[in-house]
Design a binder for this molecule. Sequence first.
Ligand code: 13P
Length: 248
Amino acid sequence: MRHLIAGNWKMNGLATSLSEAQAVAEGAKAAEGKADVMICPPATLIERMRRATQNSPLLVGGQDCHPKASGAHTGDVSPEMIKDAGGSAVIVGHSERRTDHGEADDLVRAKAEAARRAGLTTIICIGETEAERDAGETLNVVSRQLAGSVPDGDPSDIVIAYEPVWAIGTGRTASEGDIQEAHAHIRAGLTARFSAAGSGVRILYGGSMKPENAAAILAVADVNGGLVGGASLKAADFLAIVEAASGG
Ligand code: 13P
């Protein structure tokens, strides 16, 4: 399965950052057919990024969505709005949303169902905290989040991102053995629930992925790409990861 390298810009990016996206879009042309490349900028930049990178294979996505299509929900953005702005995907259930906004699995699942309604690909994030890992609970947490956050029905529009919370923005990455264990567990959960369709769901790794460690992580079985935070903000770093995902 072709790798997907998705950049999560988080709450970073102004109009001046669009030149980085344009450089990534150029690199995405070189990777076409070998790896898929996406940037999820803040909602304010989705439409401008789409326009600035049109005629390139770069995919643009949102970072969160409300379950409803419209209504009295001040400050929220619906998946239909992301689609309308030119986005083709959305991240839901990121650990920063789970922590900062108290989002639980049932809400994440409702958001994923809403994204499906709008015709978006959904990147559903799961992953254990450091305390949960230390308590030996990693695989249980991952199973629980997977069961609770992923909607029923054909999973062909779903991508899972395994992001151990303690590896996000810390410069610490999970070991290749730990990544393999978690991804194999997620794959088994997906095939148990969705049969053959579960083997076609991409499972991304996220957490301090950078040019120096990307090739090794992307070579781990059942790692089908990466969800990249800090290293996605600079085109040169991000493209080095894309190149690693393209087979060199
Ligand atoms: P970092 O790559 O900055 O650790 O962030 C990972 C992440 O949270 C991507 O969603």
